[in-house]
Design a protein around this ligand. Sequence first.
Ligand code: DON
Length: 570
Amino acid sequence: MFHLLLSRNFSFYLLFFVMSCQTLPKQPTDSQRGTLADNGMVSSAHPLASNVGVQILQAGGNATDAAVATFFALAVVYPRAGNIGGGGFAVCRWADGSTNTLDFRETAPNAAHRDMYLDENGEVIPRASLDGYLAVGVPAAVEGMWELHKKNGKLSWQAVLAPAIELAQNGFELTAAEAEYLNKYREDFIKQNKTLPAHIVKATIWQTGEKIYHKDLAKTLQRISEKGRDEFYKGETAQLLLAEIKAGGGIITAEDLAKYHAIWRKPVIGNYKNYKVITMPPPSSGGIALLQLLHATEKYPIRKWGHNTARTMHAMIEIERRVYADRATHLGDPDFYNVPQEMLLNKNYLKKRMADILPHEKTPSEKIKEGKVERIESVETTHLSVVDKDRNAIAITTTLNGNYGSKVMVNGAGFFLNNEMDDFSIKVGHPNQFGLVGGEANAIMPNKRMLSSMTPTILEQNGKLLMVVGTPGGSTIITSNYQTILNVLEHQMTMQEAVDAKKFHHQWLPDEVLLEENGFDDKVKAELQQLGHRLEPIPALGRMDCILVLPNGKLEGGADKRGDNMAVGY
Ligand code: DON
């Protein structure tokens, strides 16, 4: 009898076990994961830069020290986006749970004006906001790194700059991608510079594995290391920058440089289900847009519907269409334009805004206008992620805008200047290089910050650090972050799988869905077309650099194989 009971119980438990195995979330194996580490992790666009960050952590630096060191290393080894001539945003979550963000976005020079890229007939002068000296916003990166380090750095400023100076001075080997890009932009470098940057434009083409030296940049970084941020904004580097700008007919002045300042801003914080999302406020459009996307997705059972199925994608595309229409009208520099932030994130507003999504049909973008928001009186491109042993976390997205920015290199100082002015709406309704349109909120005004899509983001679960995410990609930054987050939270992917997963993108205008090539089933594509979506293939979306804290406390770095990105931990 006892035996029978036991065996009956046993079969009951066995049945229960089999059933629960079927419903248990899949447990990924370590081989499905990216880089694993116990202590700290740095994920960035270049292996040498990630290594620098980890060296700094191992030398006793905290997440701030590592982020600043990685940033400067990227300015050397990844000059198409890593920079000291550009700007960016940082989102920080400290081990005590406090959060803040640093806005080190470029500003329009004082002499800029709203029609500066239009001809006498009011037509856009092709590429004027993209190429050469007039495209340059007041560089913000050095001030940004100085502020970050001043507030929370532990090691000395000299110590965090040292590895970048060494890489620039002693040279490093080019990856295949870096060699390819330097060759691809050779003619642009020649055309856009008054003085040829000879160490970048040489007689023969660059080869993979060839060593490149940035001697002028090494000297510039050495001066910044010795004299601090004022060297860039008021010292010899400022003089070299101003001489370059003058030679090329640019409009940045000594006053523009001297008065540039980064701004600590309160993050925008929202929830997706039980997860807290800490992200970048305006002048990034990304934080608000990401939270709108996530809030609106909550009601759809996308886990049940499955990853990248037509049903899931249709819902996400329709949400994206509406969110990007809001972006075009309502977002700009909050110091110049009254951004209706609270209203855009209000759950009732979003419910109404998304109410006309049809399950079996797309809504053509021409029928979608921005949401009507009540005015409220008071308002307010490469990415790197760092987590240290105390679980301080920093997400930084930084950019020159286009590859190598304006393509102008400051003669004698060895760094490229951004072409961030194109992120303004240079004419109402005229698409920028990412096809984004904008209006009054993002019109050019002196000293104003241009609207950005950069969305460095940190997630918490139960009051603890969960995930650090971010990517370059212009307008697609927001939707790549959106999908990567959902891939982990809903589709139960590892960090690396979430990064690797094929991505799609819709931004209201143009009315098309970008799909990564060879990543989507023909059946899914046919179903989407049947719902009315126009599909456009694109070689790659995003270069994500992310870190996930696993339930056992270990860190998983997810670095994008679409680029040379690498997560290094210790
Ligand atoms: O701030 C922005 O939104 C753009 N300047 C970012 C550019 C970018 O991500 C380029 N990378 N692909």
